[in-house]
Write a protein that binds this ligand. Structure first.
Ligand code: AQP
Length: 327
């Protein structure tokens, strides 16, 4: 059975982009893959975090994993910092990466742009992400489109080290991207991706948003002035983003949606999307509070960490031997 690994940062409210790009895949894959899903708290501290908030967000993300349908009987769910192999392998990979390749990463350029001094973690976190993946001999990594470059880096590092230390050092993984949903754009600026950290709360729909907030954010989403409803990412990014969200949530293709509609304008498309979104998120919200408050949650995470640690230690023993580390 192929092994799957992926993670989400506990840096705020999980939004439709995270869900449609990555989390939906988590649920699909667990039926016929060995899945390991992580809450990557060590990634969160690349920017300053309030410790109390971080702890809270870790449990929020864990509860959301379970609310959307990740089943801890089928999948391993755990917190990254509870398995020390991530940081250890991260260091080993850092010593085999180049500042040139890391400074070329699009996300690093975007987050560091214009600043005089930038935290080192912002530059090296893609290497930690590579460690997260390689630590579990991962075959498949379900992620959003924004992570494509980081998956390429992971593959490059694995191949580079395999060439030097032997083909059996690391499994070279593949990224897995959704057809619609791999890149959900911000509702107020459809040329940038939907993001947890954007200031305007109406730029995103969080999975736990009230129905009234969902309605408000979608109804005020940026479109354009020509009034024609068609899918054209380059010339009509706002309308195309709404159609893309509709498609990813409903499971219908954009062509099917457009063929069935008799909308008179963007307002009608938005109203229908409000209903589709509210309906899709209702079951997630219905489960969430009970799961978040249950004592079972911590037990699931501790058991998950134990299971993950067994796999990670096996890899680390192999890697330490290959590199001649320790005795
Ligand atoms: N807009 C998006 N569309 C599709 N997929 C997305 N992902 C993130 N944004 C989109 C995917 O969600 C998974 C978890 O992301 P993350 O929380 O680890 O990383 P992130 O990219 O930092 O998320 P945010 O929300 O964009 O945070 P900030 O605001 O801090 O930059 C990944 O698989 C990612 O591809």
């Amino acid at each position: 059975m192929k092994r799957v690994f992926s993670g989400v940062q506990p840096t705020g409210n999980i939004h439709l982009g995270n869900y449609l790009g990555a989390l939906k895949q988590f649920v699909e894959l667990q039926e016929d893959h060995e899945c390991i899903y992580c809450i990557v708290d060590e990634h969160a501290i690349t920017v300053p975090q309030d410790p109390k908030e971080l702890r809270k967000h870790i449990l929020d993300v864990a509860a959301l994993y379970l609310s959307i349908g990740v089943d801890p009987k089928k999948s391993t769910v755990f917190v990254q910092s509870q398995v020390s192999g991530h940081a250890e392998l991260g260091w080993i990979l850092c010593c085999n990466s180049y500042t040139g390749e890391l400074s070329r990463m699009t996300q690093f350029k975007a987050k560091s742009g214009g600043k005089e001094s930038v935290g080192t973690g912002l530059m090296t976190y893609p290497v930690l992400m590579a460690a997260d993946i390689l630590l579990y001999d991962t075959d498949v990594v379900p992620v959003g489109q924004d992570q494509k470059q980081h998956i390429e880096l992971t593959r490059d590092l694995a191949i580079r080290i395999n060439n030097k230390y032997g083909e059996d050092t690391f499994v070279v993984p593949d990224g897995r991207f959704m057809k619609s949903g791999a890149r959900i754009m911000s509702l107020d600026d459809p040329t940038s991706k939907m993001s947890k950290s954007a200031e305007n709360i109406h730029s995103r729909i969080s999975l736990l948003d009230e129905d009234s907030k969902i309605k408000k954010s979608i109804m005020r989403a940026t479109t354009d002035s020509d009034g024609e409803i068609r899918f054209d990412i380059e010339n009509k990014p706002g309308v195309s983003n709404l159609l893309n969200i509709y498609s990813a949530l409903s499971g219908k293709t954009v062509e099917e949606i457009l063929a069935a509609q008799n909308w008179r304008g963007y307002g009608d498309l938005k109203k229908e999307l409000v209903a589709v979104t509210q309906e899709a998120l209702a079951p997630i919200k219905a489960n969430y509070n009970e799961i978040r408050e249950s004592e079972e949650l911590i037990k699931i995470l501790n058991e998950g960490a134990e299971r993950a640690n067994v796999i990670a230690e096996k890899t680390m023993k192999r890697v330490r031997d290959k590199f001649g580390l320790g005795l």
